[in-house]
Design a protein around this ligand. Sequence first.
Ligand SMILES: Nc1ncnc2c1ncn2[C@@H]1O[C@H](COP(=O)(O)OP(=O)(O)O)[C@@H](O)[C@H]1O
Ligand SMILES: [Mg+2]
Length: 396
Amino acid sequence: MKLAILSRAPRSYSTQRLRTAALDRGHDVKVLNTLRFGIDLSGDEPDLLFRGKQLSTYDAVLPRIGNSITYFGTAVVRQFEQMDVYTPNTSYGIANSRDKLRATQILSRHGIPMPATTFVRDRADVIPAIERVGGAPVVIKLLEGTQGIGVILAPTIKVAEAIIETLQSTRQNVLIQRFVKESKGRDIRALVVGDRVVAAMRRVAQGDEFRSNVHRGGSVEPVELDEEFERVAVRSAQIMGLRVAGVDMLEGRKGPQVMEVNSSPGLEGIEAATKLDVAGAIVDYIDNQVAFPDIDVRQRLTVSTGYGVAEIAVHDGSDMVGKKLGDSGLDERDITVLTLHRGPQVIPNPRNKTVLEAEDRLLCFGKLEEMRSMIPDRKQKRVRRLMKKHLPPESS
Ligand SMILES: Nc1ncnc2c1ncn2[C@@H]1O[C@H](COP(=O)(O)OP(=O)(O)O)[C@@H](O)[C@H]1O
Ligand SMILES: [Mg+2]
């Protein structure tokens, strides 16, 4: 394959290892400085310029986008996506993982175990917020920190309040998070590639430091993960839209507590700790996936007017309960079921003979008008309340 590694640090350990791993496997690989791209939106087809010239064709791109250039970097990755070039990490995955609040919202929506976290803006809400997550000592985090910078342990509520006020006065938003004491300055970094954890290490903070980041002097050791940690790590990466990710977890009393999912995990610490060829695993994974560039399904499916994607819930008492999908009437109404969600289980492409149960959720593509009548009441009422003024008539 022809692979582009997007990186501003061609000589860094991670970039060198990825490049060498690709060359060793006979791939054509180029390290391209992310900031030298130009996004060309003038022609019929999406295009990219590199150093002012049209970029040649690539099969895949591996973004290593630094924190300081997230906005431009993700725009470049998005352009590659629109050109149908495969990327293991999507632009929205990178952008979402960079913002600790956004990432926490997305992960908690999918039931990923995390330390209790809260976000407030008003002064009056700060003390109740700290108490809600378990009181002091409490962890305060800047939304866009990295390498442990911007993560503070406040010993008392008074100190926490002062720190939060100071940060907010300089227009910095902060998260308030339960301090997971029992992890004792240690955490787990799991390197996820595709559907598996390829390497894992434990990081141990230095002295009385509670942050275990290698950049804060933390030491590393290899670790054999139990199934629960592996499952949570892989799912977290998947939910974030990242197929190459470093998932950081604390060892809580009841199991893993995810702190963050990194979209450009460093390879030096983990390869040194585990002696595993993580770079090789990443390159092999990309090589296997090249034929499947990520398609923005919603965008592609909503180009026909009047059609779209919606989730239909099968309510207890609905006449669909107990019926086979093929007899549910959905097909006749021009509605196609893409996936069936049943509790934690997801059934892709459910067959016509699948019998529907109460509380099933069907992800559907079809005529919006037909689906509207099947969406639960509460949502419908909200929509009506918002529509006080008359809108222009809908086009059909
Ligand atoms: N809620 C918490 N309880 C205990 N330790 C924590 C907590 N949150 C973070 N830490 C420690 O601080 C380190 C940095 O936090 P993290 O959220 O990963 O920020 P960064 O993006 O700066 O790495 C973690 O690796 C962990 O050792
Ligand atoms: Mg971290």
